[in-house]
Write a protein that binds this ligand. Structure first.
Ligand SMILES: Nc1ncnc2c1ncn2[C@@H]1O[C@H](COP(=O)(O)OP(=O)(O)OP(=O)(O)O)[C@@H](O)[C@H]1O
Ligand SMILES: Cc1ncc(COP(=O)(O)O)c(N)n1
Length: 250
């Protein structure tokens, strides 16, 4: 059977743990055909990021046009956006990007700054599933004093289809959907190998939406998938820093 086509618009992680590489592995593991628009090339490994090269906005636009002109994309995940002009570009295409999931990547787990809030801002008012972690949510609402449920509610009020703030505590996320706030408690995995967990989570949501799940079902399925991938990579020794997940563990 022909698989559903899912698109990632994100940065490349040369170490293979996060970004485009994590997204494509997630798509493949969950049964989707992956396509990709590269927004930035990062020189990165498990220890950190040593260089970032944003792709010029016209080259990002050309990739997007090439994919959408030919392939029947049914869901789109957006990750690192290295340039505010690319954020504007994606926002201007948002009406043609079905089942849009936006992971507003700002800072890598290693601490490196990957993008500015200004790059993500144009997408916050679009009908997407927004998946910031707690720190990204605080940066986007510019009010660190709000509780996680308050941040989720605030962000949802800007126009998102749903908001999932991840990591309110270990393995605990907060979902805001159709005016209701829910706490999603996962199974905590004791692991140092968590590089790319956010990318994997948002990509898994996109695949599940592509397969026809309603948002809350897609989010729960993605959470289970990330838990399995974290658990499956617990014993891996890949790199001297926080290692990647095992996307094919289940
Ligand atoms: N050790 C863990 N055990 C179980 N679940 C986890 C663990 N760490 C993260 N998760 C889950 O993984 C998913 C991704 O969230 P996380 O907060 O790790 O993203 P992030 O990497 O900080 O996000 P981003 O890529 O946007 O920077 C969430 O569902 C979170 O609860
Ligand atoms: C290209 C790219 N995109 C996203 C992330 C975030 O992933 P993480 O928060 O796990 O470091 C990253 N490190 N690199």
């Amino acid at each position: 059977m022909t698989p559903p086509v899912v698109l990632t618009i994100a940065g490349s992680d040369s170490g293979g743990g996060a970004g485009i590489q994590a997204d494509l592995k997630t798509f493949a593991a969950l049964g989707a055909y992956g396509t990709s628009v590269v927004t930035a090339v990062t020189a990165q490994n498990t220890l950190g990021v040593t260089a970032i090269h944003p792709i010029p906005v016209d080259v990002v636009a050309a990739q997007l046009e090439a994919v959408l002109a030919d392939l029947p994309v049914v869901a789109v995940k957006v990750g690192m956006i290295g340039d505010p002009a690319v954020g504007e570009l994606i926002a201007s295409w948002a009406d043609r990007l079905p089942n849009l999931v936006v992971d507003p990547v700002l800072v890598a787990t290693s601490g490196a700054r990957l993008a500015e809030t200004a790059s993500v801002a144009p997408l916050l008012t679009r009908p997407c599933v927004l998946t910031p972690n707690r720190l990204e949510a605080a940066a986007l609402v510019s009010n660190p004093d709000l509780s996680v449920p308050e941040m989720a509610e605030h962000l949802a009020g800007l126009g998102a289809r749903a908001v999932v703030v991840t990591g309110s505590e270990l393995a605990v996320d907060v979902l805001r959907f159709e005016g209701v706030t829910e706490t999603l408690r996962g199974e905590p995995v004791d692991t140092a190998n968590n590089h790319g967990s956010g990318c994997t989570f948002s990509s898994a949501i996109a695949v599940r939406l592509a397969l026809g799940d309603p948002v809350p079902v897609a989010v729960r399925a993605a959470k289970r998938y990330v838990t399995d991938a974290l658990a499956g990579g617990r014993e891996w020794r890949l790199g001297a820093g926080p290692g990647p997940l095992n996307h094919f563990a289940f």
